[in-house]
Design a protein around this ligand. Structure first.
Ligand code: NDP
Length: 281
């Protein structure tokens, strides 16, 4: 299985693997469901026990695939799902969560996120999250696609400080958050979930990354993920519907990048020198 996965920790003490499994685009085609379930199960068996899904993905289809994959092993898995901003009113959030629980075939979600900032007042969403938490339907809640200003505004709301995580676009070619958001979150000991860690596959065709990976004898995906695993309290959630590629991603945890190698990556993918607007997909 390789080396143990590095861990990330929530401020309530819950620890999770820093490498999990994404599910966007799963559940879109019925004929591929069995393969997707197998890929997720291969990941779980190898220690990638955090699964990221959302009501948005395939209109609930990805949650159904996830539900299938965790049948009989719910307790091994840390489940993350998300409410759509258009559903995130006080009452809508609760209804959306209950529908997600049904599709996932479980009685609780470990981390429930607002998918991105939307038109419903955030205070109502937070109240709904707190109600769901008190009822045991979610263990903790967080947000996604929030920039530093939005995080500050959230933390000023009643119970806003209970936000457990922020999930944002973060990979070698999108490093803007390193300038301000990442330090802000680190200061609060809040884990950062890195979505699209392979830039939806585009990074794997980057010539500079390809050359460096080839020289090191590594698949480019492993080098891209090893960079993220090197960061403190970052949880990367690559998606793959192939058990072989899941295994390849898992093996990124066996790579320990040297200071020289990290400096080389900084040359190919320069870190930000000033504040940048938050990018999102
Ligand atoms: P990723 O960066 O994870 O890239 C996924 C793509 O890379 C797929 O096409 C996959 O193909 C391919 N791939 C994966 N591993 C390998 C490998 N080892 N070698 C070659 N190709 C590989 O993109 P995602 O956008 O899916 O991001 C990951 C997850 O983050 C999502 O699935 C979702 O859960 C979450 N997300 C959250 C967002 C938000 O707004 N909160 C927005 C976007 C994503 P294949 O499946 O065929 O292997």
């Amino acid at each position: 299985m390789g080396q143990a996965l590095p861990k990330a920790a929530f401020s309530d003490g819950q620890s999770v693997p820093a490498l999990g499994l994404g599910t966007w685009h799963m559940g879109e085609r019925g004929g591929e469901k069995a393969g997707e379930v197998r890929a997720l199960q291969a990941g779980i068996a190898s220690g990638m026990t955090l699964i990221d899904t959302a009501e948005m993905y395939a209109n609930g289809g990805a949650e159904e695939v996830t539900g299938e994959a965790i049948k009989g092993r719910r307790d091994e898995v840390f489940l993350v799902s998300k409410v759509l901003p258009s559903n995130a009113s006080r009452h809508g959030t609760i209804a959306a969560c209950e529908a997600s629980l049904k599709r996932l075939g479980t009685d609780h979600i470990d981390l429930y996120l607002l998918h991105w900032p939307g038109r419903h007042p955030l205070g109502g969403t937070v109240e709904a999250f707190e109600e769901l938490r008190a009822a045991g339907k979610i263990k903790r809640w967080g947000v996604s696609n929030f920039d530093t200003l939005a995080m500050r505004q959230l933390s000023a709301l009643p119970h806003g400080d209970n936000c457990a995580a922020n999930q944002v676009l973060y990979n070698l070619s999108t490093r803007g958050i390193e300038f301000d958001l990442m330090p802000w979150m680190a200061d609060k000991a809040m884990p950062l979930m890195a979505y699209s860690p392979l830039d939806e596959g585009r990074l794997l065709r980057h010539p500079g990354l390809g050359r460096m990976a080839k020289r090191l004898g590594l698949p480019p995906a492993q080098l891209a993920l090893a960079f993220l695993l090197h960061r403190d309290n970052v949880i990367a959630i690559p998606k793959s519907s192939s058990p072989e590629r899941v295994a390849e991603n898992r093996a990124a945890a066996d790579i320990s990048l040297t200071a020289d190698q990290l400096a080389e990556l900084d040359k190919i993918f320069p870190p930000p020198r000033a504040r940048e607007p938050l990018q999102m997909i």
